[in-house]
Design a protein around this ligand. Structure first.
Ligand SMILES: CCCCCCCC/C=C\CCCCCCCC(=O)N[C@@H](Cc1ccccc1)C(=O)O
Ligand SMILES: [Zn+2]
Ligand SMILES: [Zn+2]
Length: 510
């Protein structure tokens, strides 16, 4: 049946179209202006700032520099600098005498080189919380550094060294804050633990995991746990007007997958039509070319951008506030950069490849390792199925040598004590908006999920994109001011956590 339209019906249709467009625009604008105001000021005051004497200030910088001079390097899962780990034990004992000698602190060594402190509060009805950090670092050689990576030297107000960001500044920052608190006569109301792992950089098997076992045998449950994370990001999220604090409320999962291809070895003068190296290379290429699906908006990353919508310049602010409508555009835009891509999907990274021993020998075996980081909406099983379908070659033998699902999503609602106490402390100190986020890397905190549902990842420091590149990279450094602010953060967080109520806040200008 043919449909014919006269002039009149075209006019009516045009009118309907314009009216619908007007309604959509009105709804979008309304959603933008009805967004909850993110400039949150807290009713009442948080813990006051610590007042430092000049000698105390010098003492805290020296404490960090001393820690950076001890090369507590994790080289590989089977190789750590145990001499340095031993030295680190003695070092923190001498640098923080009040912490080690306080009658309020029970200290124990776990897994040989990790440290566990239980700081006794006066009110046993309150669940304890935990501050977690790690004292091992990734390797560094002096080439390419402005100052040697294990010298703890300073230049232009920055303290350089492997671990100055990841993670010795937090190890020293937490202990230093407690040392100062004890010096001022502080007695906590809420008990808390400090856990310092010694093998985070090689998965935390003997450090964090042993700390968890120790606490589990004592039936310890935690109100919340705080570990390392991305911190206050300045100019890192494209299109934002000012720095933004992200609290990691979950972590991506991970799979380390080995691929092996076996084929008959032989003389290179008579090569087979397909070699083990060729078959493996084709499989690797298919994996790299066929990215796993873009899942933007199906995990907590949607909340991050919706909560931060007002922080983006126009027109991104309208788009972020209306992801239900703009998701297809935003998800494609995000996938254009490596950091955005890491948020929207399970990533595929080809990290190791091996095959062949001599130029004129066809090798019997070629192997590769691929590292996947799982989007919160996927499981290990789903990803492995997708990977098999992409490779689609039974000659490629797959074996997952390490695999875990994305971590549970910790609560970030108005009632949650840990999240709101962290948010309040961050707001007080940095005066920036705070939002929940997915942590795209893994931390020791993932081992603690049976002790609390409230696991958070946040490092109290302002980080630019350039700073992020220094983590595990060249010229890792922290500014004097940044380090001191970090200590202020722990000083305030410890005191704010003494409360037995969730911080009350009102929406208003900062
Ligand atoms: C006084 C306090 C000052 C605070 C300064 C803190 C500055 C910290 C700034 C940024 C930190 C970025 C956090 C980076 C975390 C990286 C974690 C990581 O690389 N994890 C590994 C874990 C892993 C997993 C499996 C095997 C081995 C290691 C990863 O995800 O690959
Ligand atoms: Zn770290
Ligand atoms: Zn690290």
């Amino acid at each position: 049946m043919a449909i014919s339209m006269g002039k009149g019906s075209v006019g009516v249709l045009t009118g309907v179209f314009i009216a619908s467009l007007a309604v959509v625009v009105a709804v979008l604008l309304l959603r933008t202006y009805n967004l909850p105001e993110l400039k949150v000021a807290w009713k009442g005051k948080g813990a006051p700032r610590i007042e430092l004497e000049e000698d105390e200030r010098e003492q805290l910088y020296e404490a960090l520099k001393g820690a950076l001079r001890i090369p507590t390097v994790s080289f590989s899962p089977s190789e750590q600098n145990t001499t340095a780990l031993e030295e680190f034990k003695e070092y923190i004992k001498s640098a923080f005498p009040r912490v080690f000698n306080s009658s309020l602190v029970e200290y124990e060594l776990v897994g040989g080189y990790s440290h566990l402190f239980n700081v006794q509060g006066s009110d046993n009805s309150l669940l304890p919380y935990m501050l977690l950090a790690h004292l091992d670092v990734v390797p560094a050689t002096p080439e390419g550094w402005d100052l040697p990576p294990f010298s703890g030297e300073e230049k232009d107000g920055y303290i350089y060294g492997r671990g100055s960001l990841d993670d010795k500044s937090r190890v020293i920052g937490i202990l230093q804050a407690l040392e100062f608190l004890f010096k001022k006569g502080y007695k906590p109301r809420r008990s808390f633990y400090i856990g310092l792992g010694h093998d985070e950089e090689i998965s935390g098997r003997h450090g964090a995991k042993e700390i968890v076992k120790t606490l589990e045998t004592r039936n310890v449950k935690l109100e919340y746990l705080l570990d390392e994370g991305f911190g206050v990001l300045d100019g890192v999220i494209y299109g934002t007007k000012r720095p933004i604090a992200l609290i990691g409320v979950t972590e991506k999962g991970a799979i380390t997958l080995n691929l092996t291809v076996n084929s008959p070895p032989g003389h290179s003068s008579m090569p087979p039509r397909e070699s083990s190296i060729g078959i493996l290379s084709a499989a690797l290429s298919r994996l790299e070319q066929n990215r796993l699906p873009n899942l933007f908006g199906t995990g907590p990353e949607g909340s991050t951008f919706e909560q931060l919508a007002n922080e983006f310049y126009w027109p991104l602010n309208i788009m972020m506030a209306n992801l239900w409508f703009f998701n297809p555009i935003i998800s494609r835009l995000m996938a254009l950069t490596p950091s955005g891509n890491a948020i929207v999907r399970t990533t595929t990274a080809l990290t190791i490849v091996n095959g062949g021993i001599k130029a004129n020998v066809i090798p019997a075996t070629a192997t590769a390792t691929v590292n996947f980081r799982l989007h919160p909406a996927q499981t290990v099983e789903e990803v492995l199925n997708m990977v098999s379908e992409i490779i689609m070659d039974e000659r490629v033998i797959l074996s997952a040598i390490k695999a875990f699902d994305p971590l549970p999503i910790s609560p970030y609602d108005e009632e949650n004590f840990g999240y709101q106490t962290l948010k309040r402390t961050i707001t007080d100190l940095f005066s920036v908006p705070v939002a929940p986020a997915v942590c795209t890397v893994n931390t020791d905190s993932r081992h603690f999920v049976n002790l609390t549902e409230s696991v958070y990842r946040f490092s109290p420091v302002v980080m630019t994109a350039e700073d992020l590149g220094r983590v595990h990279g060249l010229n890792e450094r922290i500014s004097r001011e940044g380090f001191e602010t970090g200590i202020q953060f722990y000083w305030q967080l410890i005191q704010n956590s003494d409360s037995d109520t969730v911080p009350v806040h009102r929406h208003s200008e900062l």
